[in-house]
Structure formats: structure tokens, C-alpha cells
Design a protein around this ligand. Structure first.
Ligand code: ZN
Length: 418
């Protein structure tokens, strides 16, 4: 938990109220000052003063007039998308992606590049820092102030210290990402696990905006989970909750060795490599399929997008491989649904490009293996961000910090005088 130094109860209460107002605007804007007063239970004078403060910090702006109620029109307030820009970075197993977003999560700049995990930590970090420099230049060219930097990465993360503790798929241990990035950029830096970041993105900007209990499944090279429970991200005792890819519930012939050192982890049967393996096995026994032709035509290795392309063209092998993956994803998701009784499960990450083929068998598995009172109320949907879920999530880490603590953003009036 991040706690701010308390200079006195009044300051503390004002900071909490500032956060309450900015959060209401995030959830329900456009709102008038009177609307905010009734939503927060604060009196109108207090609300007006808080709103002036937020406008002075550039976080909120007057978006227009509400004439719908008749009488004197009220000024409507919204979060200011141009409050500043956010740099967000995903350091994945096989790629680095950097985007620049505004305060409401819209992407304004992006760059990504594939990486070779065998190139080593130093080379990959250097590449990431280089792209971050380009992103910062893009913001400066736009005259935008920088609100912070978020980084999402697979593996267990010590969020308080911004350290990647262990990434089984990268085989990296104890990388002090916050320190490295803070030193390099001078920005406030937030680091989290990629699936947790993806959950934060869905809550702030995506399909789970007003949902208080949901689970995200982020599937790509590995499979991570974000547990959003009772209105906030659930982190567990050590901060490592949601490592569902390494939940060991695969049965018998699916008990394959995992990069974490165990056998039978869920991700060994449902991550993107397993889909590719499923197709490869089918092709190896001489099944007639479009896939080989597509690979030759596009001079492409076997990838999930290519398998989806074949499935779209009606290829039975591609469809069966995706259906089998979907059933196995469904098996794990059904367990999550039984344990957490969420309102929603969100599937995101690179594998979600196959969502159209994965969702039906996932829904079927959940329907067949959970209690009716639980599965009748759960929606299983695709992420609003697809493969971008974790990089948008890294931006969400920064936005979430500002919503919690808007007083940390400098006043524009102070900037003008300095
Ligand atoms: Zn594992």
C-alpha cells in the first residue's frame, strides 16, 4: 500500500475528497458540480473548491453546458484527456512494446519490436530504454507534460519496490525495473505484472468499467491472471496472486513440463505455443490443411494469427486445434469462476486474436462444469484491447495512481509562474 505523509487531518481529508471527485468524474462524466455534490455527499462549496483545484492541475475541464434540465444550464465537467501523456512499456518474452497515451487511455504513439530472449537481459533492456527515449521525444514534440511511466512484464512483481522477482518465461530474476527506468527518465515509475496491468486497463478504460468483481485471463507466451475483487485488484499475501498459468490442474496426458520447473501447469496446455504445437502435430500426420499453403505463400512461420486466418477460411485442422485449446482454457476458467463467482471473465493478450474460436468452447466448459447459480451470472468476453491489453494496462497503472492521489500532479498555475 502506498500511503502519503499526513501533514494534518484536514490536508488528508482534502486529498481524499479530491480523489473521490476525480474518481466520480472518471466513472460517470459528464457531471455538473451539483451532480458531483449529490454523488459524493459533499456540500456544493466544497465540491466547487475541489473542482477548481482539479482544473488548476489540468486534470479536469469544463466540457460544455447541460441544458436538458431546463432553467439555468449547468456547466458539465469531464476528465481532461490532454492532462498530459503517459509512457507505457511492455517488456514481454519475445517483444518490447512502448506506447504513449493520454490521460484517458487513448493511444497516440506506438513502437514495438520483436526481441530474442537469448540476446540477454542487458541488450533487451537497452533496446527498451532506446524506445522509451523516442516516446519521450514524441511527447515533448507535442508540448505535453509527462505524467509518469508504467511498465508491465510477465512474472512475479514486487509492486512496492518495482522489482521483477522472477519471470519463468524470460528466466530473469530480481530486476529493479523502477530504479532503472526512474534513473533513465526522471519520471515516476510504476511496475506490475502484465495480467494485473491488463485487469487495471479493463477496469479503467475497457469492458469492465463499472464491474467490481471480474477476472482477466491474459494469454500469450504464458498465461497470467488478474483478480479484481470487491472493486480492487487483489494482490494476495506476497503480491503474487493471480499466477493462474502455473496453477497445476492439467490431467494425465496434459501434464507437460513447464518453464517454471513444475509439471502440468495450465499454461503448458493453453498458451500460444500449445496451439501451434497442436496444429504442428496435425500437419505432421499428413492432415490436409490450408495452413501449409498459407505459410508458404506468406513465407511465415506457424503463428496464431496465421492459424486464425486458416480457421476463417474454413480450415478444419485450424478450427479443431483452436476448439481443443478453447476447451482447455474453459477448464481453467471454470475453476476460476467456481472459486471467485465473478460477474465477468475477460480474455486478453496475443491469443485473444483467436477469440471468436476460443469463446464458444470456453463458455461451454464453464456451463458444463460450474453450478448454475454461478455460471448463469458470469459474462465471458474479449478484452477491449486484444493483444494491447497489457501495454494499455501499463498506462492504467499511472492513471490509477493519479486517481488515487490527484494532488501529486503539479498545478498549471505553478508551472506558469516557475
Ligand atoms: Zn509453471
Amino acid at each position: 500500500m502506498r500511503r502519503r505523509y499526513r501533514t494534518g487531518d484536514q490536508t488528508f481529508v482534502r486529498e481524499m475528497n479530491l480523489s473521490t471527485v476525480v474518481r466520480c468524474l472518471h466513472e460517470a462524466a459528464p457531471l455538473s458540480r451539483a451532480g458531483l455534490a449529490s454523488m459524493t455527499g459533499l456540500n456544493k462549496t466544497t465540491v466547487s473548491s475541489l473542482v477548481e483545484d482539479l482544473i488548476d492541475r489540468g486534470l479536469v475541464y469544463e466540457a460544455g453546458l447541460d441544458t436538458s434540465a431546463g432553467g439555468r444550464p449547468a456547466t458539465l465537467l469531464e476528465l481532461n484527456p490532454q492532462a498530459g501523456c503517459i509512457i507505457s512499456v511492455v517488456l514481454g518474452v519475445d517483444h518490447v512494446a512502448v506506447i504513449v497515451t493520454d490521460f484517458v487511455g487513448e493511444i497516440h504513439w506506438r513502437r514495438s519490436t520483436e526481441t530474442d530472449p537469448t540476446a540477454g537481459q542487458e541488450a533487451i533492456l537497452e533496446l527498451a530504454l532506446h524506445i522509451v527515449d523516442e516516446a519521450m521525444q514524441a511527447c515533448r514534440a507535442n508540448d505535453s507534460r509527462l505524467l509518469g511511466l508504467g511498465l508491465a512484464t510477465p512474472g512475479t512483481v514486487n509492486v512496492d519496490d518495482g522489482i521483477l522477482v522472477f519471470s519463468p518465461n524470460l528466466q530473469w530474476y530480481n530486476v529493479p525495473f523502477r530504479e532503472i527506468l526512474q534513473k533513465h527518465t526522471g519520471l515516476l515509475v510504476f511496475v506490475d505484472n502484465d495480467a494485473n496491468a491488463a485487469a487495471q486497463a479493463e477496469h479503467l478504460f475497457g469492458v469492465a468499467k463499472r464491474i467490481h468483481n471480474f477476472v482477466t485471463v491474459f494469454a500469450g507466451v504464458g498465461v497470467g491472471g488478474g483478480l479484481f475483487l470487491n472493486g480492487e485488484l487483489y494482490r494476495g499475501a506476497g503480491g503474487y496472486a493471480g499466477e493462474i498459468g502455473h496453477a497445476s490442474f492439467m490431467v494425465d496426458h496434459y501434464r507437460r513440463p513447464c518453464r517454471c520447473g513444475n509439471r502440468g501447469c495450465w499454461e503448458t496446455s493453453v498458451a500460444q505455443d500449445s496451439v501451434i504445437e497442436r496444429v504442428r502435430t496435425r500437419l505432421a500426420v499428413g492432415r490436409n490443411s490450408l495452413i501449409s499453403r498459407l505459410m508458404a505463400e506468406q513465407r511465415s512461420p506457424l503463428t496464431v494469427p496465421l492459424i486464425v486466418q486458416a480457421a476463417d477460411a474454413g480450415d478444419a485442422e485450424a478450427r479443431e486445434a483452436l476448439a481443443e485449446t478453447g476447451s482447455l482454457l474453459g477448464l481453467g476458467i471454470a475453476n476460476l469462476v467456481s472459486i471467485f463467482n465473478p460477474e465477468m471473465v475477460v480474455l486478453g493478450g496475443p491469443l485473444s486474436v483467436a477469440g471468436e474460436y476460443l469463446l464458444p468452447p470456453i463458455r461451454e466448459a464453464v456451463r458444463n462444469t460450474t453450478l448454475p447459480e454461478i455460471h448463469e451470472r458470469v459474462e465471458i468476453v474479449l478484452s477491449a484491447f486484444g493483444a494491447d491489453a497489457s501495454v494499455v494496462g501499463a498506462a492504467a497503472l499511472v492513471v490509477e495512481d493519479i486517481l488515487r492521489n490527484p494532488g501529486r500532479v503539479e498545478r498549471l498555475s505553478a508551472q506558469a509562474h516557475s
